[in-house]
Design a protein around this ligand. Sequence first.
Ligand SMILES: [Zn+2]
Length: 414
Amino acid sequence: MKLIKVLESVVENNFSNFYRNKYVKDEFDYKTIRSEKDLSKIPFLKREEIIAVPVEERTLVPSESVIYYSISSGTIDSTNPLIVPHSEFGPPAKLGVDRIYDENLNIKRLFFLMPSSAPSLMRLIFPMKKLGKVLLPGNIHDLDLSAKIASQVKIDAIFSTPTILTLFIGSLKKTGIDPRSIKLILIRGEFCSIQKINFFKEFFSEAEIDIKYGSSEIGGAIGYRCPHLKNFTPNVYHPLLKGIVESVEDEIVYTDLSSTKAFPLIRYRTGDAGTLENIDCPCGNKALLRVGGKIGFDKIKFHGVTLYVESLEDSFAEATEYMEPGQFKAHVTEKTIDGRIMPQISIKIGLKEEVETSDFLKGVISRSVSDRLYLSSDKSLSDLVKLDIFLPLELTLTKKWPCNLKSKYITSDI
Ligand SMILES: [Zn+2]
């Protein structure tokens, strides 16, 4: 049994006390686990627990076996990077159906726009070189410069995150590049909303868009889309069979089944929202993973309602022609009105350069967003305002602002 083998390898480990100490503290004896059915008895592993121990003290293999470190600076706790040692590359390309190698697509130059610590960079360099393909890393901190490079070397594929790609399109537009020359877009690294996927499809009209779900600490993708899932909404995946994917209180929890990894994650709380469903897919995979955003980052719960980034993006349906893509921020606050504490949502929208702001435009967008912004399954912001539960939307229209890749879409002072 793989799970028991992994547990044994991390507890009875010669190189690190990490799991031994953790399970003593958690009062957990791995020998009580008899099969995968007992999975829920294993304590969770949290990001903070990993960060609290220096990386060399939680490397469970000889140091020469480490081939790379993944680094995620995190979206919530950005002061401490999460550094994880890896002794192997993520799931094999064939499992993840890596489209870069498809002969029909015939990709020649892949533009890599990810943080430099992305595991995929290490995984791609050698096989691409062998196949006579060029991997060209761009600079995510200077997207205008990256766009100039991309247009000169005539790239035909882009590997990026939804946030970076959204901003990069703005820079590409300035170069006069023909977006139809891009044949493949690979989206990795974070949750991608439907609104963003549609925006990418519209701009790169000839490109195939390949989205996988994964994280750098896990070491790559844990969800992929088989051809049959093409007709589903974009945020559903099959879990890769390499590890165990659970949904606990709507959070994705991941367990490695490889006992040779430098740092196997066991019941690791990913911080990503997600649910698992059963499905009878013709490809043979029987599970469906529905991924939401980062918990506490892409959604916020307050006053009995939940505000999701996705709902916000949906509410902009009629405003997109005026908005600079990805330029919005919502803030949740409370005000005391006649002795009653009332919640209020403020939204700031960055307008396209050619759009002039006016009270009329503000009124139109404000009404449309309030009607379309659903805060529960059947109540929009307009409904809640009518019920006197919420204060009306406070909308600000501004010129576009310099984007920070880490900026939150939703903030709150409640
Ligand atoms: Zn399938």
